[in-house]
Design a protein around this ligand. Structure first.
Ligand SMILES: Cc1ncc(COP(=O)(O)O)c(C=O)c1O
Length: 361
């Protein structure tokens, strides 16, 4: 049994067409936001910043993906980093003493279903009242429902392609007018075609591992990722990606992820060797189970040996190096898959393997 990594595509999904009536993420029920679909989350970030203007300073959390910082740098805006604690809470006293001014942009990350604490919320809302625009990155909590602590930003951005069996997809929501999606570029590029092909091949491999060579689809996936990190053309989401989304039962995906997360969280909650986030509040759906362990790299290796493929959100980079708490997060964090492909038996299996691995560290 292989768990994690790229979401495979069932070719039959392409025959199913529109199962749900219309594709809708939970936030689409919120009439106060307009929505635009991009090829990637990074395209949505750069396009929004180009639209708002490059002279605005962007206050960015120092614990974040390089694809976010790179997208901001591509737009050309000056950046001020602010720290987040090891509990993933934004450091509101640092941010307030850095004095964002009207015209500045504050980028907030909604980390893995955690709820932003009241002092940071008060600060964000007071900045918003002063005319400072808040950009909320909902990638790691995309399917959560709006509430006082989630979806309060002037703009929301998210990567759809990480959550579903689609090759591309990023979302930009805004309370005000959004930039026009570029009409003169193709939605599909070499990344999309190679990734899509690798996703279909992975499904074939999982169905018949003795028949197919895993390295072949892995090499296509690697090529796709090389293009993802070199062709930054801002593109709309492809019809192919949309079509696959429309065949997806989003409510079911949400429920499966929530059930998996809660089960795995419960199974691991007595493990002293790891630090978990608190169980998510109602309505919050984390992307994966985020944990901290000081021997993270050994743990990652042992899980790979057991065919459990975890992500690291995020490895040390220029931004995380700036503050000790972000540095510690980047050194110790591991993301355990708990997505819609899996059910209770997989979560039991992950917990057993993980506990066993921890006992050897
Ligand atoms: C928090 C966060 N926001 C945005 C992005 C960008 O999304 P995409 O990979 O679709 O460009 C990523 C990851 O890459 C991310 O981790």
């Amino acid at each position: 049994m292989e768990i994690g990594s790229m979401l495979e595509i069932q070719p039959s999904a392409l025959f199913e067409g529109n199962r749900t009536g219309s594709f809708a993420l939970p936030l689409e029920a919120d009439a106060s936001y307009h929505a635009s679909y991009y090829n990637t989350g990074r395209s949505a970030i750069t396009h929004l910043l180009q639209f708002l203007g490059r002279s605005r300073r962007v206050f960015l959390p120092s614990f974040i993906c390089t694809s976010v910082t790179d997208a901001v740098h591509r737009a050309g805006n000056p950046v001020v980093f602010y720290p987040v604690g090891e509990d993933l809470q934004p450091d509101s006293s640092f941010l307030s003493s850095a004095s964002p001014a009207p015209g500045d942009l504050v980028y907030i990350c909604q980390y893995f279903g955690t709820v932003i604490e009241d002092d940071a919320m008060e600060l964000f809302l007071s900045l918003q009242k002063k005319g400072i625009l808040l950009i909320e990155d909902i990638t790691m909590s995309l399917l959560s429902t709006a509430g006082a602590h989630f979806a309060f930003g002037d703009y929301l951005i998210g990567s759809i392609r990480k959550w579903f069996a689609v090759p591309d997809g990023g979302i930009l929501y805004g309370k005000e007018k959004l930039p026009e999606l570029p009409g003169d570029v193709q939605s599909v590029n070499e990344y999309t075609t190679y990734y899509f092909t690798a996703q279909m091949m992975k499904q074939m491999y999982l169905d018949a591992p003795d028949l197919y060579d895993k390295d072949v689809y892995l090499s296509l996936m690697r090529h796709a990722n090389d293009v993802l990190f070199s062709d930054y053309t801002i593109r709309p989401m492809s019809d192919l990606g949309m079509r696959l989304l429309e065949s997806t039962d989003v409510a079911q995906v949400r429920k499966q992820r929530e059930d998996n997360y809660r089960l795995l969280h419960g199974l691991l909650s007595d493990e002293e060797a790891i630090t978990l986030l608190p169980a998510p509040a109602d309505g919050m759906i984390p992307f994966c189970l985020f944990l901290l362990n000081e021997k993270r790299d050994d743990l990652l290796r042992r899980l790979i040996d057991a065919d459990i493929y975890c992500n690291i959100h995020w490895r040390p980079n220029d931004a995380t190096d700036r503050f000790p708490s972000s540095c510690a997060l980047a050194k110790n964090c591991l993301s355990i898959p708990a997505d819609q492909r899996y059910g209770a038996s997989h979560m039991q299996h992950i917990a057993t393997v993980l506990k066993d691995a921890l006992s050897f560290l």
